[in-house]
Unconditional design. Structure first.
Lengths: 427, 224
């Protein structure tokens, strides 16, 4: 990419796509990320030289692009990446943030973290091995976290003689298994991350493949409808009340729109009181706007003053969220110190609020490799995922996670250690 | 709050003071020089002496003195590989320590800001920004910057692969030659360890073009 191409397309409003890459060391995940960054000229020359040097010293026959993405030295020595590493690159069409996580089962919580903010998931399948246990695990997590777009990259096609037959069989196997999941859009691409086929440049080795390259897919997949623009939800974060003479009567409700559209003149209901009012203005730091939708942060003024301004959410009368102290959710357990147990108490953080919670019931846990439900369990340990019924100290205003990722998500915090112990998707 | 190492570029301090006046804000200055006077830290010696490391003590003392819950900084994950896993809310214990193995996971936009008395957070709202994002934002929002972010002529020396500005805090070593070059700064911190880059870019558009091209030229060298 030359400089003119970059600068002529520069635009601060350029669309951002966030994606995850989960895979095992052997799947060529780091090589794939290295290839994307290398072929889009995102890496620095000094980095490349260092990588070439290391590859040479180790006696590798080629430049190991995987070395570009390994983080801290300790991790490099172990030869695996842990935690979630965020990487950035851009093309003239889009900006990208990669949440790079390891794929082993002991890193399920990291994959869940990376998936929580992703629009798209890349799932790597080794062409020689086909759909295996961890393909299932990664796909289940993508489905559970409601990633809208899954791109299955069948990698190492160079090692199966670029065989269409192999590719077709893997696609079929994957589709059979994915029918049990909830993945809105699936795409399959045969690639060789090592040699670059169908990553950024179209492969000349697989003329039978008529689809687009991975990068083209990342640049063009439609993400405009990933956010909910239907159900109006405005969890208030802060009430602006200047005590100055000039702004004596000003009451502004500030926050970030979590769903739907808010316009001046709209009738709204303030939860939990049920108090009704009309929107007077919608303002941003740059002045008044005609409408606000996710992800805008705005201040809304109303034609009447709300009696109580604590813990409110503005919604529309005919489309209200659940208002309840009972919450049924899928939880992924994050703490290695203590498991989740029935009767245990935590703090729930949901939208802009914090309330206390007690675990009423652990209904079952899910085997992330087989999707098998195991009932009659007494605890949820690190990296385990289960269905949990919580009772909270004050009503939450929520939607199902399926419907709205923001009003349907929560975290649990240990009240003694302040550690984040779980992530929850409300059912 | 500004943690002041005392080794500053004049332009930075002028800009800071003007900005504080315009905002009508109260600025707390935590001074490394004062920490040295008080015996909290000892000045480094030698040609590469810098107050970069000393300022941590000054920062922690000031956080404790003023009881700040959070120190907001501009660090970005794309600055260097080791920061790729840094959090938005980075928890520091009673001793101001950061434990990379015990960082809180951050899901969605739900940040866990709970802490015990004496602890604090470093908060990095720009974690997910790239250098290019910063410049695009400056352009879009018409943000005023100190002039030294743009190309200007300056006396520099080459040391350890960096162009170091010649200031009162730097002693020219034997074998080092003072050159007059056209440079700009990509980031500005303590004058003893802030590197300049050779540049002719003296408008925002030119800087942006350089950043776009620079992504492949390996000149990134974060200073203070």
């Amino acid at each position: 990419m030359n400089q003119a191409a970059v600068t002529s397309n520069l635009d601060s409003e350029m669309e951002l796509l966030r994606f995850t890459t989960a895979g095992s060391v052997d799947d060529g995940k780091s090589t794939l990320i290295g290839r994307l960054m290398y072929d889009t000229k995102t890496i620095f020359e000094d980095q490349l030289e260092a990588v070439e040097r290391v590859s040479r010293n180790r006696g590798d026959g080629h430049v190991d692009l995987a070395l570009l993405t390994d983080g801290l030295r300790a991790e490099r020595e172990q030869g695996i990446t842990i935690d979630v590493a965020y990487r950035y690159f851009a093309t003239p069409k889009r900006k990208f943030i990669i949440a790079d996580t390891p794929g082993h089962i002991q890193y399920t919580r990291n994959m869940v973290t990376g998936a929580s903010t992703a629009n798209l998931a890349i799932i790597l399948v080794d062409a020689r091995k086909g759909v295996v246990e961890q393909t299932c695990r990664h796909s289940f997590i993508a489905s559970l976290l409601r990633i809208q777009h899954v791109v299955v990259c069948v990698n190492k096609m160079d090692l199966v003689e670029w065989s269409q037959e192999v590719f077709d069989r893997i696609v079929k196997d994957y589709k059979d298994f994915a029918s049990r999941l909830d993945i809105p859009q699936m795409t399959f691409i045969p690639i060789s991350a090592l040699l670059g086929d169908n990553v950024v440049e179209k492969s000349t080795n697989m003329p039978w493949y008529q689809g687009s390259t991975l990068l083209y897919n990342l640049e063009s997949v439609y993400i405009g409808s990933d956010a909910n623009h239907v159900d109006a939800r405005f969890p208030v974060q802060w009430v602006i009340r200047p005590h100055s003479q000039e702004w004596h009567d000003f009451r502004g409700y500030s926050g970030r729109v979590a769903g739907g559209v808010f316009k001046p003149g709209d009738e709204v209901v303030a939860l939990p009181s049920g108090f009704e009012a009309k929107i007077k203005t919608v303002q941003t730091a740059d002045g008044q706007v005609e409408e606000a939708f996710h992800p805008m942060s705005v201040t809304i003024t109303l034609d009447r003053e709300l009696i109580s301004a604590v813990a409110i959410c503005l919604v529309k009368a005919r489309n209200q969220p659940h208002v309840s102290q009972e919450v049924d959710c899928m939880l992924c357990w994050f703490s290695e110190k203590k498991p989740l147990t029935q009767g245990a108490k935590y703090i729930v953080r949901h939208t802009t609020r914090e309330v206390k919670a007690v675990v009423r019931e652990l209904q079952y846990k899910v085997d992330v490799n087989t999707l098998h439900k195991e009932e009659g369990v007494s605890e949820l340990k690190l990296n385990e995922i289960g269905r949990v019924h919580l009772r909270v100290s004050a009503p939450l205003f929520y939607d199902s996670y399926r419907r709205n990722r923001i009003t349907g998500s929560l975290i649990l915090v240990d009240p003694f250690t302040n550690e984040t112990v779980a992530a929850g998707m409300i059912r | 709050m500004h943690v002041d190492t005392g080794h500053n570029f004049e332009e930075t301090i002028e800009f800071r003071d003007r900005y504080v006046r315009d905002l009508d804000a109260r600025l707390v200055v935590a001074s490394v020089q004062e920490s040295i006077h008080k015996g909290r830290v000892v000045e480094e010696k030698g040609p590469n002496a810098s107050r970069n490391a000393l300022q941590t003590v000054t920062l922690l003392d000031a956080i404790e003195e003023h009881g700040f819950d959070a120190a907001i900084g501009g660090a970005r994950r794309d600055e260097e590989k080791a920061r790729a896993k840094e959090r938005f809310f980075s928890h520091r214990d009673d001793f101001g320590q950061w434990d990379p193995k015990n960082q809180r996971p951050e899901l969605w936009n739900l940040f866990n800001g709970r802490m015990n008395p004496g602890e604090h957070f470093r908060v990095f709202p720009l974690s997910n920004w790239t250098e290019m994002d910063v410049w695009m934002y400056i352009q879009r929002e018409k943000i005023v910057l100190p002039e030294i972010y743009f190309s200007h002529e300056r006396e520099v020396i080459r040391r350890a692969g960096t162009l170091l500005a010649l200031t009162d805090f730097i002693t020219v070593q034997e074998g080092e030659a003072v050159e007059r070059l056209r440079v700009r700064f990509r980031t500005i911190g303590d004058a003893t360890c802030t590197g300049a880059v050779e540049s002719e870019a003296w408008t925002l558009e030119e800087v942006i073009a350089e950043v776009a091209a620079g992504a492949a030229d390996g000149t990134w060298n974060p200073g203070g």
